[in-house]
Each structure stands twice: as structure tokens, then as C-alpha cells.
Design a protein around this ligand. Structure first.
Ligand SMILES: Cc1ncc(C[n+]2csc(CCOP(=O)(O)OP(=O)(O)O)c2C)c(N)n1
Ligand SMILES: [Mg+2]
Length: 811
């Protein structure tokens, strides 16, 4: 039975280290590195022989990661990428069995705690959310945020993980959050490939780190290639630390400490990491460790061979500069070990890795095999009862039983086909088969489809509903003041809430929702940032993972698209890709839908709906509803986007007496006006237009029922729209997105999700913006976005179609 628990690397942390102790540490390190290499070699073989689907490994990067692991402590964080297996083994945040369980896509989180078989191999994560939604004590554990495959996609999040340490150190009001930090001493370790540093998110975040002065330690694993593309096509001067030299701090300026070290030089690496991380941890200065001369012994991944694009000279150089080979040579020449000892160690390491691999493979195979046996037995029993189709059905079970690597797909396919072949049969055996399918389907839904949201008792969906209370003398304020009062109350209530964004601090945001709050709560909690949407969101994500409650502001809805990659790839998928093991309850605040000009009046709801599953999408019609949504979200633990109506800040609204306490439930649609003729569903800024149109329509004898879903995700969970349709039999959806975009989503929800189709006696209609972006000026708006005239006439035309004599055509 191989050891599967921590094999953490020891540190050189005592001045009186004897040569024997030193030798032992080095030999242990070599063992971890060598085992890691074997994992890469065996992993690749498994893929190439069809036992796994795809493989990407950390070979050629082992020695630097052993050194990095020595500097990594409990409480620290990692945001890295697929080359980091040696670091994960050396710190004990992963182990050999888990490595192979992930390669085989084992959906059991006990076997692959990083992703429950959801992520490709070498995508690491530690679990820091308990099933009841509570956090583990992150100050005591080593923590790895969950990897994503997109190059440099991990870097914006790294900024936030590091920024949390700054907040924990500088804001004494956070001292009570002991399970997340000890005086902000935690370093956020990032790793990134040399090629990935060409990404905008890398440069943007790098600059932000220099401005913020946070304990962020970025290691660049430089193997001079990004798949086939060499450094001269990636990086100016072919040298990333050379061109980043301008970020070096000097003479009391802010900036980075920059280090450059070769990836095969064990001692230099250990010294460099010790120095770099000490500075980073003590002084909260970001550091860059550019690790050069790394290699790829097996090429980039299992997708192809590097012999295709590397010269013979380069390949020879790589062979000679293999980091483990160099470490081995150095160990022998320095009398740390002998050839014979190392051969023994290597043979033992090979056995160990092979055994882990076999066990991991077997653990999944045994489970699948028993499912195959059960399913095949049921199919065969049923086949006996249908003589006419016995042969065809039996062939299906034989097919599954005899397939070399049948999985659940093959089992399900065989049963479903059996049931399709026998729709006219109905006997006990068939029922047993159907029942088995149902039970297993539920299990597989859990295995493969669950945890888009963490869905724990902490979910905002379970926040108690507290209605707004209005005193008789409730003040009538600008909408922005209602919002301001709600933010104020929340900041007073919960010290872990922070907000940041462009122009959010000193002037209190471009529409004054935060006016005066920085003066009241300090720059550390309400903070201006550079113009850098991607890393604003990354900053928020990292904070949210470390127990803080960030509100990250994107100045206008149109600019959300700048950050959509990290929003979509990283935050939206976080709970799903870790099977609920990690969460980042970030609230993204923005404003939009309608103002002036092409870049300030977009309403790209279909972009959002198509890329942000895993977020709650809130589209409040006014600032009071927005305030209630923030009150809900800040008491829950899942990510959300709130889009305030850009043209609503100066409209008058009544101030609720409990402005910081009342909550607006997510997914609860509201009927804003009752009517019998047509159901009109709209949200955000177009709602006011629909409401205005309803007055004119009423004067024409047409009474529309207006429904505000309030949140697009979740959408009308009580089916209020369908109930309304039963009364009106007609549906119009109005929004400002493109034709066939946000409105099509709403139609699908009502027609298919709520069976609204059966209540209709007329074609459902949508009224949307035009296909282009809206031109500048009021006329541009009028001719591009739905107007009161458009709503009145669209509704009227639907009435005309139903009853032309009563509602004669206008034109
Ligand atoms: C955004 C994005 N673009 C492209 C890819 C495809 N891709 C995967 S790895 C890779 C090369 C990365 O090279 P480098 O950053 O040097 O890391 P290495 O694999 O060499 O360690 C590319 C282009 C991706 N995963 N994500
Ligand atoms: Mg590379």
C-alpha cells in the first residue's frame, strides 16, 4: 500500500544544520522530484495507450518547485498552472494517488479532491469550503486556489489573494477573522509559463501588483517555448525579467524585487526563494522570480511531439540541462549521495509511483465494473422476457461487458437503447431496468452536473426575506442616496466588506452611490483603483476566497466585457470545477442599459447570460430594489452581478426605514401592474418605459400585466409569468439587448421552463433594441432602443391581431 499522505519537503531553517541533516533534506527533495518525474512519464504512457484522455505534465520544472515549496508555509496561497505537480507533492497539497485519480477522471472527491474528476490532469486545488458552507481554517492550512487551463488566467486572482494579506495586516478591524490570516503574513505564490506572460492579463496584473504593494510572488517557468512558438516570437528581447526591469523598486519607490535564476541550479534556487519570499512576506513587496533554462523532457503535452519544432541542438541542450540530471550530478560531486544510493532510490521511487498509479486506476475500475455487472445482469434478465428482441438486447449487454474500457457512458447508452427498442413492453424486468437507470442517473447528475453554485445553507437563496418598511414620514431621496444609505449600513454592520473600482473612492463613484463613504470608512475599505477591469475582478475574487466580502465595481456595464474572461473562466466555474470545494462570493457592481453613445448604453445581457452561469444576475428596476439585493447578497455566499439602471440615480425614491436590513429575494418576480390583456415581461431601464406605455394603453382600453423578474438568474422561480399567461394568453418580452438575445432567454424560460406555450393563443413577441449599437444623442436612442411609442404600438398590434374590429390598425 503506497503512502498517500503528505510527503512535504523539509526546510533549511536552522543555522546549526549538520551536513547529515542537509544531505537528508537534499536526498528527500530529489526523491520527490524523481517521483514527480515518474508520474509525468507514466502519466504520458497512460494517455498514449488510451487509458486517459489527455495529459500535460510538470517534467522539466521539478527542481525549482522543490525550492519554492521550502518557502511556502501554512496560511500561504498558490495560484498556479498545470506544471506545478512537484510543488504540490512537495508541499503535501496533493499526492501521487490524487494525481492519477484526476488523470483517470475519477468523479469521487475523496479520490480527486481538487476537482472530483472534472478537470483535466494537473489542475490543482485544495478544498476550503465545508459542506455546511463554513470555511476551513485557512490560516492553518496550505491553500491552493483552483487552476484553470487558460494561459495566465490564474494571475488576476493571484492579485486578490495577495491583496487580502495587505488588508488583514493594515486593517486592524479585521483581527477577529483569525481563521483567514495571521497579521497578513501570508504570501500568494503564482506560477506562469513564459509564453503566458504575453497575455494582457499578466501585464495588467503585474502593474497593479506594483501599485498595490502586495505580498505576491510570481514565478515564471521559462522553458523558452509556448507549445511550438519560441521565445523570440513571444517576448521582446526574449527575456521577460529583462523587460520588466522598470518595475524594480529603487530608492524608496514602489515596485518589485526581481530575481533571475536557472531552473537546474538547486542551491541557487533554494537561496533565491528564501530571500525573495522573506522580502515578500515581511515587507509586502511583490517579487518576480524568473526561472530560466527549464526544459520539457516530453514536449508540451500528449498532443504532439516537440521534435517537430525544436532543433536537434535545442533538444540536445535540453537533455543535458535536465534539472533532475543536473541535481543528481551535483549531489554526487558534492558527496551528498552516491551513484548506487541514487539508483536504489530511483528504483524504489519507480515502484512507488507505479503502485500509486495502479491503485488509482483500480479504484475507479472496481466501481465501474460493479455498475457494469449490475446493469448487464438487469439487461439480460429483461432480454429473457422478450424473445423476439432477445438477441438484439443481449448484444447490448455483451457489448458493455466485453468492452475493454467501458465507462458510465457505455452502460447508460446500452440501457437507453434497450429501452428504446422495447417501448411496447411493460414487465417487471423492464421496470427494474428503468428504476436502476433513474437511481444511477441521479447519482451521475451529482457526479457530473452538480455544484454550479455551492448551494450550502449559506446561499443567498436562503437569506430570510425581510420586507422594506416605510415610515409615514419616509424621506423622498435621489435613488443614489437610497443606495448610499444601504451601503453605509452594510459597511457599518460587517467589517469584512470592502469596495473598490475606478473612481469609487475619493468621489464616491461616477454616480455618487458611494459619496462620503471613503471619508467615513477609510481608504483601506473603499478604494480607488487603476483602469484595469480584469484585475479588479481578480482582486475581488482573491479577496472573496480569503473570507472578505468584496464589492468590485465595473464602472459601466459595457466594460464588463473587458473582464469577461476571468469572470466566466474563473469565478463562474469555481464551485463547479471544484465540486463545491471552493467559493468566491464576489459581488460585481455595475451600471448600464441606457445612457448615451455606443460605449455607454449597451445592454449585453446575452453575453452575460451565456458566460456567467454560476453567478446570480440581478437587474434591479430602481435603486431601492438594488439596495435590497445587495442586502441579500452580502448575507449570502455566492457570486453575483448587480446591474444598476444608469438613468435611475436621480429619480426620487422613498427611503425605507430598514434600508440596510430589508432583503430582496433572488428569483422572485413581481407583478408591477395587473391587467388581463397581455403579459409584458421586462426588467431594468425598459421597465419604466413599459410602465409609462401602460398608462397610454389603459386609456386605449388595453390593460397589460407588467412583470419584473428582478433577477435573470435565477429566473422567476415561482412561475409568476406562467400564472399571468393563464389569464392573458399573450406574451410580450421587452428589453434593450439585441434581437434574439436576452429576450430569447426569457422566452425559453417561460415557454419551455414554465410550459407557458400551452397558455398562449397568440404568437409570443419580443421588443428589443436594434441589431447595432445605439448612436449618440436622444434621436439615436429613440431610433435604436425600445421607446414608449414602440411599446404602445407593439402591444396594440398584438391586440389588433387578436381582434381587428375592436383594435383597428394604426397604420
Ligand atoms: C487563453 C489561452 N490561449 C491559448 C491556450 C492554449 N495553450 C495551452 S498551453 C499553451 C502554451 C503555454 O506556454 P507557456 O506559458 O510558456 O507554458 P508552458 O506550457 O511552456 O509551461 C497554449 C498556447 C490556452 N490554454 N489558453
Ligand atoms: Mg513555456
Amino acid at each position: 500500500m503506497p503512502e498517500t499522505t503528505t510527503r512535504a519537503t523539509s526546510k533549511f531553517n536552522t543555522a546549526e544544520l549538520s551536513f547529515d541533516d542537509f544531505k537528508k533534506i537534499v536526498i528527500d527533495d530529489y526523491r520527490i522530484g524523481y517521483e514527480s518525474r515518474q508520474a509525468s512519464l507514466i502519466g504520458r504512457r497512460e494517455v498514449l495507450t488510451g487509458k486517459a484522455k489527455f495529459g500535460i505534465f510538470g517534467d522539466g520544472k521539478e527542481v525549482a518547485q522543490l525550492a519554492m515549496a521550502k518557502a511556502f508555509r501554512a496560511g500561504d496561497w498558490r495560484a498556479g498552472y498545470y506544471r506545478d505537480q512537484t510543488f504540490m507533492f512537495a508541499t503535501g497539497m496533493s499526492n501521487m494517488k490524487e494525481f492519477f485519480a484526476q488523470l483517470y477522471a475519477n468523479p469521487d472527491i475523496e479520490k480527486d479532491p481538487a476537482s472530483g474528476g472534472r478537470q483535466m490532469n494537473c489542475h490543482y486545488a485544495t478544498r476550503f469550503v465545508n459542506t455546511d458552507g463554513s470555511w476551513v481554517n485557512q490560516a492553518e492550512t496550505m491553500n491552493s486556489s483552483s487552476d484553470i487551463s487558460t494561459t495566465a488566467g490564474q494571475i488576476p486572482r493571484l492579485l486578490g489573494l495577495a491583496y487580502a494579506s495587505k488588508l488583514y495586516r493594515q486593517n486592524k478591524e479585521l483581527d477577529y477573522l483569525k481563521q483567514f490570516s495571521v497579521n497578513g503574513n501570508e504570501v500568494a505564490f503564482g506560477s506562469v509559463g513564459n509564453g503566458a506572460t504575453s497575455e494582457g492579463s499578466f501585464f495588467e496584473t503585474f502593474n497593479a501588483g506594483g501599485v498595490l504593494q502586495v505580498p505576491m510572488a510570481i514565478s515564471i517557468w521559462d522553458d523558452a517555448y509556448a507549445i511550438s512558438v519560441p521565445a523570440n516570437l513571444q517576448t521582446t528581447k526574449e527575456d521577460i525579467s529583462e523587460i520588466l526591469k522598470g518595475f524594480q523598486r529603487e530608492n524608496g519607490s514602489n515596485g518589485y524585487e526581481i530575481f533571475k535564476v536557472r531552473g537546474w541550479d538547486y542551491i541557487a534556487l533554494c537561496e533565491t526563494y528564501e530571500r525573495a519570499i522573506n522580502i515578500c512576506r515581511e515587507e509586502h513587496v511583490p517579487v518576480l522570480i524568473h526561472v530560466t533554462e527549464m526544459t520539457q523532457p516530453q514536449g508540451h503535452s500528449t498532443s504532439g511531439s516537440h521534435e517537430r519544432y525544436k532543433s536537434r541542438e535545442r533538444l540536445t541542450w535540453e537533455d543535458e540541462h535536465d534539472c533532475l540530471l543536473k541535481m543528481r550530478e551535483w549531489m554526487i560531486t558534492s558527496a551528498i549521495s552516491t551513484e548506487i544510493e541514487l539508483e536504489e532510490l530511483e528504483a524504489e521511487a519507480k515502484r512507488y509511483v507505479r503502485e500509486c498509479q495502479r491503485e488509482a486506476a483500480n479504484e475507479l475500475a472496481v466501481v465501474i465494473k460493479s455498475e457494469i455487472e449490475e446493469a448487464a445482469a438487469l439487461i439480460e434478465a429483461f432480454a429473457e422476457t422478450v424473445p423476439g428482441k432477445k438477441e438484439a438486447i443481449s448484444a447490448l449487454s455483451v457489448g458493455v461487458r466485453s468492452s475493454i474500457d467501458a465507462g458510465r457512458r457505455e452502460i447508460f447508452s446500452a440501457i437507453r437503447k434497450t429501452l428504446r427498442l422495447t417501448t411496447t413492453e411493460n414487465n417487471v424486468e423492464r421496470q427494474l431496468l428503468t428504476e436502476w437507470l433513474k437511481v444511477e442517473k441521479a447519482k451521475n447528475t451529482e457526479r457530473y452536473n452538480s455544484k454550479l453554485f455551492t448551494g450550502t445553507p449559506e446561499s443567498p437563496l436562503y437569506v430570510p426575506v425581510v420586507p422594506a418598511i416605510y415610515n409615514d414620514d419616509a424621506k423622498l431621496l435621489d435613488g443614489r442616496e437610497v443606495l448610499n444609505a444601504a451601503f453605509d449600513a452594510n459597511f457599518a454592520r460587517d467589517k469584512s466588506i470592502v469596495a473598490f473600482g475606478e473612481d469609487l473612492g475619493a468621489i464616491g463613484d461616477v454616480n455618487q452611490g458611494f459619496a462620503g463613504l471613503q471619508a467615513k470608512y477609510g481608504e483601506i475599505r473603499i478604494t480607488d483603483t487603476g483602469i484595469r477591469e480584469t484585475s479588479i475582478i481578480g482582486q475581488g475574487m482573491g479577496l472573496a476566497m480569503r473570507g472578505l466580502r468584496p464589492i468590485a465595481e465595473i464602472q459601466y456595464l459595457d466594460y464588463l466585457i473587458y473582464a469577461i474572461t476571468i469572470i466566466s473562466d474563473d469565478i463562474a466555474s469555481l464551485s463547479y470545477r471544484t465540486m463545491g470545494g471552493q467559493k468566491a462570493p464576489l459581488i460585481i457592481r455595475t451600471r448600464g442599459h441606457r445612457l448615451e453613445g455606443i460605449w455607454h448604453s449597451g445592454s449585453p445581457m446575452s453575453v452575460i447570460l451565456g458566460s456567467m452561469r454560476g453567478f446570480h444576475i440581478c437587474v434591479p428596476r430602481n435603486m431601492t430594489q438594488a439596495a435590497g439585493m445587495y442586502n441579500t447578497l452580502l448575507r449570502g455566499d455566492e457570486p453575483a452581478l448587480v446591474i444598476e439602471c444608469l438613468n435611475g440615480y436621480r429619480l426620487k425614491e422613498k427611503l425605507p426605514a430598514n434600508v440596510g436590513e430589508f432583503t430582496v429575494p433572488l428569483g422572485k418576480a413581481e407583478v408591477l401592474r395587473e391587467g388581463n390583456d397581455i403579459t409584458v415581461v421586462s426588467y431594468g431601464s425598459t421597465l419604466r418605459i413599459v410602465q409609462e406605455a401602460s398608462e397610454e394603453l389603459a386609456a386605449m382600453g388595453i390593460n397589460i400585466e407588467i412583470i419584473d423578474p428582478q433577477t435573470l438568474y435565477p429566473f422567476d422561480t415561482e412561475g409568476i409569468c406562467a400564472v399571468s399567461l393563464k389569464k392573458t394568453s399573450k406574451l410580450l418580452v421587452v428589453d434593450e439587448d439585441l434581437p434574439g438575445a436576452g429576450s430569447a432567454y426569457i422566452l425559453q424560460k417561460i415557454m419551455e421552463g414554465q410550459n407557458g406555450y400551452y397558455a398562449l393563443d397568440a404568437q409570443p413577441k419580443t421588443l428589443t433594441a436594434k441589431e447595432h449599437r445605439p448612436p449618440y444623442g436622444s434621436d439615436g436612442d429613440y431610433f435604436s432602443k425600445p421607446s414608449v411609442d414602440d411599446v404602445v404600438e407593439t402591444v396594440y398590434a398584438m391586440m389588433n391581431e387578436a381582434n381587428p374590429s375592436k383594435y383597428p390598425a394604426i397604420y
